[in-house]
Design a protein around this ligand. Sequence first.
Ligand code: PGA
Length: 252
Amino acid sequence: MKVLIAKNYEDMSGKASEHILNRIKAKPNIVLGLATGSTPTRLYQNLIKDHKENGTSYRQIITFNLDEYVGLSGDHPNSYRYFMDHELFNHIDIPKENTHIPNGLAENIEEECHKYEALIKKHGGIDVQILGIGQNGHIGFNEPGTPFSSRTHVIQLEESTRVANSRFFRSLSEVPTHAITMGIETILEAKEIILLASGKAKAEAMKRLFLEEPTEEFPASALKNHANVLVIVDEEALGDLDEKDLQKLNLI
Ligand code: PGA
């Protein structure tokens, strides 16, 4: 795991988009793993701006999102399909059929999970996976206690996750109780992982990530078992740690 310190959200997003754009230039048919949430929003805006100004093309790119709420259709404003369409896909030249998000309305959810895994394999696996991190250390919707050996599956959301995400809904009761998420093993099969963290609400989680040994009680710690992880963290999310601490931990 290597860490890049950014000044603030803007700087974190700029560093992330620069990195992704370099990967796209090197491999125009790259398979990208994408995330939703507040964290990657500016990164997506940067990619859209670059597409409009510099013409970077996404025609050959394939995307797989980490997760989706169970019970919301793709045109529900709180679904992750809706988020991705509106925050990124509608503004670049990616064919919609190249963009994959688990179907939260699938009649047979188990089968949907297997199909998702098979589709990722069919495309040769994910080249670069973008991740956010939950305050409880979740990656995707893999909540604390999820086995590191998990594949795409249905998960019951923790109350703290539902409360955190209720800011996007009219009320807490509208936040779905379950989601489909890539499993931790699925995520770790990506060839490269970029974890983004911004703001002081993430400082506690980042401290645990940097200091603790891998444990299923803290899902993001599984990333320590991956050979190619870049963490881009801003100063607020670094909390009371600094560059020297990270150097001592051999993370810079
Ligand atoms: P956020 O969510 O980007 O909205 O903070 C991250 C997450 O819960 O994984």
